[in-house]
Design a protein around this ligand. Structure first.
Ligand code: F0G
Length: 437
């Protein structure tokens, strides 16, 4: 059976052709997912094919997404794919961060090493490929920044017109700059992410523009490969926990689907637990996980956090994320602005660095270990979702003691590293450096 779209709502499960331009189930309005027959090749054979492709110079083999194409088989063999050599992101040991987080050891899977500096590239190469397959000419997204940067790059590389909608004044400058540089028509709208997404979904339908937000099931397929690549890099040893930040919850959905499919298809023997970390002022999924009635999510009307990437009050993929986190025996946690800022500085001092939303992972780990949810000796991988250079204003303000929380309270520069200004004077600078010991 070729790939199909299936409604995620288990009471519906209606199936549709992947050639249809739909983002929600036309019957019940549920979320959609791509479904396939299990691969016919044995798991061991797929693993060795994937490993062998790492030495190949063929563009698709060099992509950390398309290298695993048997795991995301929604395209015909002759389909046109645009790759910027996405994926291939490292798994980095971070002893200093482990200590801060209350763990014996901790590894970061750093998605900020992607071509546009975030995990969105894994999904975008697939979303763009599907846009080409559907013969779409224009693509659009609403974004807290990274999706727009990624979509702009992939659409331009594919010869499609990118149109990005941004919450005016609420995205990090590095991300806005990328959208401009990669040639997107960039519209800054005076509303928040959730309000603009509701509007753009209607606009896309009425104007025939292909929507590349994470509600698009093909983006989710691409983001699945983050987990496949991670397991491949770990020689298929399953960690105890995978920790990630949660915004619109597309990544949580993708990771959960990937892990379940890997288990069903014999690639891994068990599921790791997923831990989703949200910012305190923007934590509707955390609230949902704590609620007695999990049949509906109560949106946060006016979300706030300096981690603008995850400033989302009404995450569209919550039903999928709920299913994945509960199936994995996982948890949701929330962290304060101060906790995010300090955790981010610790990740920086590891020589690794990341953007604020990504640092929510380490802040969350610290809380989850001190509560005893994650054991000190657990095997934990945290996913850093975005590059350190995405939000430079935040970094400078934190280190110079000028970072203010969204509530108007100052964020303490606990691990601050402010630059010093010295006169152009040999002996003065010498004295200063000697004084440092
Ligand atoms: N981390 C970063 C750096 C992000 O950019 C995002 C989402 C997330 C985490 C959360 O991922 O939405 O899958 O739960 N950024 C989106 C954007 C919303 O528009 O760039 P999620």
């Amino acid at each position: 059976m070729p790939a199909q779209l299936a409604c995620f709502n288990e009471r519906c499960r209606a199936r549709f052709s992947i050639a249809e331009v739909i983002y929600n189930c036309p019957k019940c309005g549920g979320l959609l997912e791509a479904v396939y027959d299990p691969p016919t090749r044995p798991a061991a054979e797929m693993k060795s094919v994937w490993r062998a492709r790492r030495t190949s110079n063929a563009p698709l083999d060099q992509s950390g997404v398309w290298r695993y194409r048997e795991f995301i088989p929604f395209l015909p063999d002759d389909a046109r794919v645009v790759s910027l050599r996405e994926g291939n992101t490292p798994v980095l040991d971070a002893p200093r961060a482990a200590e801060y987080g209350g763990l014996d050891r901790l590894a970061f899977k750093h998605q900020g090493f992607n071509p546009t500096g975030s995990f969105k590239d894994n999904g975008m190469t697939c979303g763009a490929a599907q846009a080409i397959a559907l013969e779409m000419k224009r693509v659009a997204c609403v974004s807290t920044g990274n999706t727009s940067a990624s979509m702009a790059a992939y659409a331009s590389a594919a010869g499609l017109q990118p149109i990005v909608f941004l919450p005016h004044g609420n995205i990090a400058f590095g991300k806005l700059a990328q959208a401009l540089e990669y040639g997107a028509l960039t519209l800054q709208i005076e509303g928040n992410f959730d309000q603009i997404l509701a509007l753009v979904r209607d606009l896309a339908e009425s104007l025939g523009i292909y929507l590349l937000n994470s509600i698009n099931p093909f983006r989710i397929e691409g983001q699945k490969t983050i987990m496949v690549e991670l397991m491949d890099q770990r020689d298929w040893r399953v960690p105890d926990w995978i920790v990630l930040p949660g915004g619109n919850l597309g990544n949580t959905s993708a990771f959960g689907k990937a892990l379940r499919e890997m288990k069903e298809w014999g690639l891994i023997p068990r599921l790791p637990h997923l831990a989703v970390i949200q910012a305190e002022g923007s934590a509707p999924f955390y609230d949902l996980m704590r609620a007695d009635d999990r049949s509906h999510l109560t949106p946060v009307e006016d979300p706030h956090t300096l981690a603008t990437a995850i400033k989302i009050g009404a995450p569209v993929s919550w039903p999928k994320a709920l299913h994945e986190v509960t199936t994995s025996g996982g948890v949701a946690e929330k962290v304060t602005e101060q906790e995010i800022a300090d955790a981010k500085a610790v990740i920086g001092r590891c020589g690794i660095g990341c953007e604020p939303a990504s640092a929510a992972t380490l802040a969350g780990i610290r809380k989850l270990t001190s509560a005893g949810t994650i054991r000190r000796d657990a095997d934990v991988v945290a996913v850093l979702t975005g590059n350190v250079l995405k939000d430079q204003d935040y970094i400078y303000q934190y280190h110079t003691g000028k970072l203010w929380g969204p509530d108007g309270h100052p964020i303490a520069s606990n691990l601050g590293n402010a630059p010093r200004v010295l006169p152009l004077d040999f002996s003065g600078i010498e004295r200063f450096l000697k004084g440092l010991g």
